[in-house]
Design a protein around this ligand. Sequence first.
Ligand code: 10E
Ligand code: SF4
Length: 325
Amino acid sequence: MEFNAEKPLLNVVLASPRGFCAGVIRAIEIVERAIERYGAPVYVRHEIVHNPHVVARLRQMGAIFVDELDEIPAGAMTVFSAHGVPRTVEDEAEARGLPVIDATCPLVTKVHNHGRRYARDGRIIVLIGHEGHAEVVGTMGQIDAPVLLVSTASGVDSLPIDRATPIAYVTQTTLSVDDTREVIAALHRRFADVVGPDVSDICYATQNRQAAVRDLARQSDVLIVVGASNSSNSSRLREIGDECGVPSYLVNDGSEIDPAWFAGVRRVGITAGASAPDVLVDSVVTRLAQTHTIRVSQLDGIAENVSFSLPASLRTRPAPLAAAR
Ligand code: 10E
Ligand code: SF4
């Protein structure tokens, strides 16, 4: 009997843009350069970005990741993660005399500045974001005024302030644009005097990846989002896929792909969160090629040309030692 080993055909469509954003590229480069300049180990408070592969690679290079500053020895070079930190952490580092390089994304810092400005105007600040997330903890702790946190439109009803209170809202940078619009609309319904940046605190990278995944979902039977489960922006991409009616899976890399997801499927869409390196997308494609004959294409999308400069202390590389004569 003849055995037909031919693998089923699968069209693999890649989203664009996907993967690393400018803030993530900058944060990773800060750790790499800090190790190069000051030598290992360099201590990083919190995962520099929410991706275990990125963290493992930097750990191999000499980074030590800690949850809190009290795990860092006196005088050791310290990096704050891209998500930002509350003032109390900055103050503690200063009190201990730790040398600090701050890898907070400039677009997160921009949100801190918005919040402070509104607080100076005498408004109560409402932060739209997810409780306990590192960026939310940082933003709440960077505004020297009471900050109320809300994560859903229904949560607006329980805010403990009356209708006439002047409020201002700011948002986490990685939220769903559509969900955030609903929360903002609920704020306008409940309060008489509301100011805020609409959805523009949600950063360019988040907005572009969400637009791209919608586009991709229209052309996919199944959607794979490459990213970590603690990555807010990656999780939002998977949710959008589901909302578009496409079965959507969040995976760290190709090893987490289950071939059962592709039974009878002709087109699979792949995207990646802002903290997921493209090599992990490659690992998903390679895994699919083990079980299918694949045809890979990429959608056209919004071109991104954002980049952020490094902190001044790391902008130049150390001069090579003069050759011994
Ligand atoms: O969980 P998040 O999406 O906030 O973080 P991430 O590390 O997965 O991606 C980078 C985004 C940052 C630093 C928040 N603006
Ligand atoms: Fe910055 Fe946006 Fe990337 Fe967050 S997702 S690090 S805010 S560019």
